[in-house]
Design a protein around this ligand. Structure first.
Ligand SMILES: Cc1cc2nc3c(=O)[nH]c(=O)nc-3n(C[C@H](O)[C@H](O)[C@H](O)COP(=O)(O)O)c2cc1C
Length: 357
């Protein structure tokens, strides 16, 4: 299939301007390599991985593809030590859920003592393994070392001011994350409530503000969305929820099923799971915590407390006590193989855009 080149396809040598979004915990090397081999850009969500696991995953991807791929990290900050009263409130709010899925009252996930130090170690792996593309969210990490490796660098912006800050910091691409997007909000300049700009409004404003290629993200599930993103001036489209439903994604089967079942009004943005606002399917777990918890702990400490409930619920098949990240257009998800999805997306987008087949 002939596809018009964009700055993204040219810069990275892609067949299609289609990026599979990094999704920490769900992007297996199989998924990443399948997308890259199919002519898109596969992305590893490496934020939750230890440096060793990150290195192994990068090497696993390289065994499966010789095409470019992306490795993504969170710009972690060290959380404040929680006040005893805040901890007690979290414990009390979680107690009924813990007993429902059989999690001891004091069980917490083992989190890195300093997330900031983890980022430094992860960045060292990214440099040592000379990944082709490096992307990040939640801020701007030190970039000089990564730049020296020759990696193409992409930062996440939810507002025009964030896109400008990323350009100033020397990134090569800006991922414009609209309010529709599934997963954590990338916001790092203003409060997240002020940074919930829909993609239709956000993308052209960022395109006009920066000289860099822009990749649109949020609510894009099929070729119509990709064509729309390109029409708004983006040079590519990044899809998360659409790839979450793929066979190669490691999302829990209940998570995949929930995507296809959820209506446009079924997601919400909440900080009760991790301490950082994220868009997810509204479950009993979220609704109840929002009602009963005065304030979550700092990111990622809150996840240390809610995580055991989520994982025990996943083991028991209790989807209502799980945390199911998803974008606003999740209902359009299809259960295809990743390569099949890339090909379908490219054909659909081309049918909308027109031009020679
Ligand atoms: C399950 C899930 C996990 C995500 N994890 C990450 C991540 O680790 N890093 C990141 O930059 N973005 C992450 N995102 C956000 C995506 O990069 C992207 O902005 C979003 O998926 C786009 O919206 P869509 O899901 O409607 O396609 C995640 C999204 C989802 C759905």
């Amino acid at each position: 299939m002939h596809w018009p080149a964009t700055q993204l396809t040219q810069r990275l040598g892609l067949r299609y301007p289609i990026v599979q979004a990094p999704m920490a915990g769900a992007t297996s090397p199989e998924l990443v390599a399948a997308v890259s081999n199919a002519g898109g850009l596969g992305s590893l969500g490496g934020a939750l991985m230890s440096p060793d696991a990150l290195r192994q995953a990068i090497r696993d991807i390289r065994r499966r593809t010789d095409r470019p791929f992306n490795v993504n990290l969170f710009v972690w900050h060290d959380p404040a030590e929680p006040e005893p009263a805040a901890l007690a409130a979290v414990r009390a709010a979680l107690a009924p859920f813990r007993s429902r899925v059989g999690v001891p009252e004091d069980a917490v996930l083992p989190l890195p003592p300093s997330p900031r130090a983890l980022l430094e170690q992860q960045l060292a792996v990214v440099c040592e393994e000379t990944v082709p593309v490096f992307s990040f969210a939640f801020g701007i990490p030190p970039l000089a070392e990564v730049q020296r490796t020759g990696a193409v660098i992409a930062g996440t912006a939810t507002t025009v001011a964030e896109a400008a800050a990323l350009e100033e910091a020397g990134v090569d691409l800006v991922v414009a994350q609209g309010a529709e997007a599934g997963g954590h909000r990338g916001s790092f300049v203003a409060a997240f409530e002020e940074s919930m700009i829909g993609g239709l409004a956000l993308i052209p404003q960022i395109v006009d503000r920066v000289r860099l290629p822009v990749v649109a993200a949020g609510g894009i599930m099929d070729g119509r969305g990709i064509a729309a993103a390109l029409a708004l001036g983006a040079q590519g489209a990044q899809l998360g929820t659409a790839f979450l439903a793929c066979a190669e994604s490691t999302a829990h089967p209940l998570h995949k099923a929930a995507l296809r079942r959820s209506a446009d009004t079924d997601t919400c943005v909440t900080a009760v799971y991790s301490g950082r606002p994220a868009r997810a399917v509204r479950t009993t777990f979220i609704a109840d915590l929002e009602a009963r918890l005065p304030a979550p702990l700092d990111f990622p400490l809150q996840y240390g407390w809610t995580g055991p409930v989520h994982y025990a619920a996943a083991d028991k098949g209790d989807g209502d006590l799980m945390f199911l990240l998803a974008g606003q257009a999740a209902a359009l998800a299809r259960s295809l193989g990743a390569a099949e999805l890339v090909e379908a997306l490219a054909q659909e987008a081309q049918a909308v855009i027109g031009g020679p087949a």
